[in-house]
Design a protein around this ligand. Structure first.
Ligand SMILES: NC(=O)c1ccc[n+]([C@@H]2O[C@H](COP(=O)([O-])OP(=O)(O)OC[C@H]3O[C@@H](n4cnc5c(N)ncnc54)[C@H](OP(=O)(O)O)[C@@H]3O)[C@@H](O)[C@H]2O)c1
Length: 302
């Protein structure tokens, strides 16, 4: 076990655990799937495109033929797909130990909307994961020591806010503000979920992470930003460490937030960090929760 820096060597065997990872065909999600399968967990790779998923799964199996991995189709930008996924997951599994809400999109240059008409960042990164967690909540609740980990971004600190007056950016669209709102929402969701788990005395926790700047497909077709990411960022084996730590470190109490340290936090081994001051605003978190229930039609069965 590494003493100074947290690495995958710190992860104990995850044998017997069912781990669901969104966005598992690419970047950080794929790396997390690969690492956790090496640690003997059963991995369900939730992917929106099964062909891409098959290629990603083949890569994991080529490295580790004993990996227990399977694919399931999930489009977070369509709440019907999230409900279908939940039904299929319930039919196949009676427990859920770790849910990694990792998938995400960044910066469509023009405003885009999900199947139900929500702005794409808010609808995919936040509402899709809110609905998924709520629909699988009965399984999380009955699995002792289960954990929900949600991937945020340093963008939660970029003057981010939840724009209740125009959550879907219909009046004006700014890709950075829209991405930042969704990533602040990811942390507000985590902290509120963890508070509610404790109020209801449920033996589960919620944690969050950010990967600094990690060279992945997230930056594809982003021109100069893409070039900058490979210059200032880190590779995916480093970028996956914060979410892996948030998912597996024992003795966490809930509401921890891990990421590369420092004022900028672009790269480095994961440390326990403070998120933006706004992310600790309980009133904001509760308001977001209520709105998210209303918009998705998903109420968590506490
Ligand atoms: N890379 C960074 O520097 C960085 C920084 C801060 C935060 N993050 C966060 O890290 C997470 C993972 O991103 P990444 O860097 O690994 O990027 P990535 O390589 O582009 O992976 C994103 C994953 O999300 C999936 N996805 C996108 N829309 C989806 C939808 N509607 N339904 C289901 N899955 C969907 C993608 O599927 P397809 O392959 O089909 O598109 C892909 O598997 C994201 O939440 C991102 O915001 C990344």
């Amino acid at each position: 076990m590494s003493k100074n820096n947290w690495t995958t060597e710190n992860i104990k065997s995850q044998k017997g655990k069912i781990v669901l990872i969104t966005g598992a065909n690419s970047g950080i999600g794929l790396e997390a799937a690969s690492v956790l399968s090496q640690k003997e967990a059963v991995i369900i790779m939730a992917v929106r495109n099964l062909e891409k998923g098959k290629a990603a799964m083949s890569g994991i199996l080529a490295k580790n033929p004993k990996a227990q991995v399977q694919l399931m189709q999930l489009d977070l930008s369509d709440l019907e797909s999230v409900r279908k996924f939940s039904n299929e997951f319930h039919a196949a599994f009676a427990q859920l130990d770790i849910l990694l809400n990792n998938a995400g999109i960044m910066f469509p240059p023009k405003r885009e909307t999900t199947k139900q008409g929500f702005e794409m960042h808010f609808g995919t990164n936040h509402l899709g994961h809110f609905a998924l967690t709520g629909l699988l909540f009965d399984l999380l609740k009955k699995t002792p020591n289960s954990r929900v980990v949600t991937q945020s971004s340093i963008a939660n600190k970029f003057n981010a806010d939840i724009h209740f007056e125009d959550l879907n950016w219909e009046k004006s669209y700014d890709q950075m503000k829209a991405y930042s709102q969704s990533k602040l929402a990811n942390i507000l969701f985590t902290y509120e979920l963890d508070r509610l788990l404790k109020v209801h005395k449920i033996n589960s926790i919620a944690t969050a992470s950010h990967p600094g700047v990690t060279t992945t497909n997230l930056f594809r077709s982003k021109g100069i930003v893409s070039k900058m990411s490979s210059f200032i960022g880190q590779d995916v084996s480093m970028g996956a460490l914060p979410i892996l730590r948030a998912a597996t470190e024992e003795q966490l109490i809930g509401a921890e937030y891990f990421g590369p340290p420092g004022v900028i936090g672009f790269r480095g081994f994961p440390k326990l960090l403070k998120s933006s001051s706004k992310s600790y605003n309980i009133t904001l978190a509760k308001e977001l929760w209520t709105v998210s229930e209303k918009l998705t039609g998903v109420v968590f069965p506490f």
